[in-house]
Design a protein around this ligand. Structure first.
Ligand code: AMP
Ligand code: MN
Ligand code: MN
Ligand code: MN
Length: 270
């Protein structure tokens, strides 16, 4: 059994629609896929309908939070996409992202690069629920203001860039409450091994359920460390590619096995 528990669709900053994502997952030999878009579950039902049982699609989302002055991402799994608290969170996050995109466009205009909001939407190709920097980077590329997506981040919109505006983010405690309120479980996404000891006690207090462990480019030493820490705090493990598009290789090129994430699958009755 081949499993990927962390992929993005065009509902946020992925390059494939939820339906195409399911087709690509099937072609890549995956049996279980979790659609975990930034701050929205808008792609989940479409993907489940497209899969029609051919592969198992787990409802999920990736919530950006701020903790101790830094961004910390939490994955929510097995959430009910129709739960009002979750829908409300998605709407609030979506308008905060729209407002923030407009502020970034103003900063770019101040630097002599005039791009309209409609150009960002056009670069996104669809109308994403969660508009983000990758869409803006594509618009900058289309305009010829940069030569690569990387250059857009390095020179203009990266965390230290002159046109960067941070999103207004909720706290991890609030995010965990939203996930639990929607019937789901909360997982710390791509935890930095050096931040585990400092960050975990508070997150566990707030009800954290699991740690994302298996990822492309995470070596055995870091995976062992995350596994040991998870056992100590009675957290389950997950794993996924954080796939956004073909430039990361084919979907299914990275997968975890059932044994790696069996506790997580059992919680979902899978
Ligand atoms: P946002 O949520 O709008 O702040 O955008 C963050 C997203 O931008 C991340 O989820 C990544 O997909 C992408 N990203 C961040 N840094 C880079 C980078 N240096 N190059 C390409 N994509 C990046
Ligand atoms: Mn992303
Ligand atoms: Mn993330
Ligand atoms: Mn992600």
């Amino acid at each position: 059994m081949r499993i990927d528990l962390h992929v993005h669709s065009t509902a946020s900053d992925g390059s494939l629609t939820p339906g195409s994502l399911v087709a690509a997952a099937r072609a890549g030999g995956l049996d279980i896929l979790a659609i975990a878009d930034h701050d929205t579950v808008a792609g989940v039902r479409v993907a489940q309908d497209a899969a029609a049982g051919s592969i198992h699609v787990i409802p999920a989302l990736e919530i950006s939070t701020r903790h101790a002055g830094a961004e910390l991402h939490l994955l929510g799994y097995y959430v009910d996409p129709l739960r009002p608290s979750l829908v409300q969170y998605g709407e609030r996050a979506s308008s905060a992202r729209t407002e923030r995109m407009r502020e970034m466009l103003e900063l770019l205009a101040g630097l002599g690069i005039r791009i309209g909001y409609d150009e960002v939407l056009r670069a996104a190709g669809t109308r994403p629920e969660s508009i983000g920097r990758p869409h803006l980077a594509r618009a900058l590329l289309d305009r010829g203001a940069v030569r690569t997506i990387g250059e857009a981040f390095d020179r203009l919109i990266g965390d230290d860039g002159p046109a960067f505006v941070p999103t207004k983010l909720i706290t991890p405690a609030e995010a965990i409450e939203i996930v639990h309120g929607a019937g789901g479980v909360a997982v710390w996404a791509h935890p930095r091994p050096d931040l585990l000891d400092a960050g975990l006690p508070a997150l566990v207090d707030w009800g954290l359920d699991g740690l994302e462990c298996y990822r492309p480019r995470v070596g055995p030493a870091d995976a062992d460390r995350i596994t040991a820490v998870a056992a100590r705090h009675r957290l389950f493990l997950t794993g996924g590619s954080d796939w956004h598009g073909e430039w990361q290789g084919p979907l299914g090129g990275f997968a975890v096995e059932r044994d790696d994430v069996s506790e997580f699958l059992e919680i979902g009755g899978i």
